[in-house]
Ligand binder design. Structure first.
Ligand SMILES: N[C@@H](CCC(=O)N[C@@H](CS)C(=O)NCC(=O)O)C(=O)O
Length: 211
């Protein structure tokens, strides 16, 4: 399999964690999101992903999968161990809710495209962009903090979809210097997950395209 990735992309980071947890090997094709005006916009990559974002994942037969959550659920379906979702429907809905707060509510407002739009089209300066970023992370993390119950991971002893989404978002929040003191549960779950080799190997600084 080939993962189209950028070392700092939190959506690609989720898929890297998922692949590592499943013990699947893959090759990285680096798509630099800022160099050359953003390599995601180049014609060759547009063929891979018409949405011009990372991640995308090419299967051995050439099929391309898009969207981190869809890729992760595909991996969970074709390689069930270890499961990313609990078998109980109620618990599964709770795990998905936290994953979706991060992937659907926090991340879309704070990734490269929207932040560049704020800077370039709306002429926001760095302090306005950083305030925007912190506002939406804080709004989402307030909810995540109330919903998780680290023991030691977000929903118990089994690593799952919420953890896969949480760690990249915490990495991103730290990168933008968002204070995390008011989130002791999030920080504790992140610290426990950081000890796992699957999460460590997926860290941005451990990628072949890291800068
Ligand atoms: N919902 C998508 C989000 C993908 C996404 O926005 N990726 C960002 C990097 S984290 C990207 O490629 N941004 C490039 C751009 O906006 O031009 C997913 O989960 O895969």
């Amino acid at each position: 399999m080939k993962l189209y990735s950028f070392f700092r992309s939190s959506a690609a980071y989720r898929v890297r964690i998922a692949l590592n947890l499943k013990g699947l090997t893959y090759e990285t094709s680096a798509i630099h999101l800022t160099k050359d005006g953003g390599q995601q916009h180049q014609a060759a990559y547009r063929v891979v992903n018409p949405q011009m974002r990372v991640p995308a994942m090419a299967l051995p037969d050439g099929e391309i999968l898009l969207q981190s959550l869809a890729i992760i659920e595909y991996l969970d379906e074709v390689q069930p161990e270890p499961h990313f979702l609990p078998s109980d429907p109620l618990r599964r809905a709770r795990v998905r809710a936290v994953a979706q707060i991060i992937a659907c509510d926090i991340h879309p407002l704070n990734n490269t495209g929207p932040l560049n739009y704020l800077r370039r089209q709306l002429k926001a300066d760095d302090s306005a962009v950083n305030a925007w970023y912190a506002h939406w992370v804080t709004a989402g993390f307030d909810a995540v903090e109330a919903l998780i119950d680290p023991a030691p991971y977000a929903f118990g002893a089994q690593v799952g979809l919420a953890d896969i989404c949480l760690v990249p978002q915490v990495f991103n929040a730290r990168r933008f210097k968002v204070p995390l003191e008011r989130y002791p549960k999030i920080v504790a779950a992140d610290a426990a997950l950081a000890k796992l080799p699957a999460f460590d190997k997926a860290r941005p600084e451990n990628q072949p395209d890291a800068e």
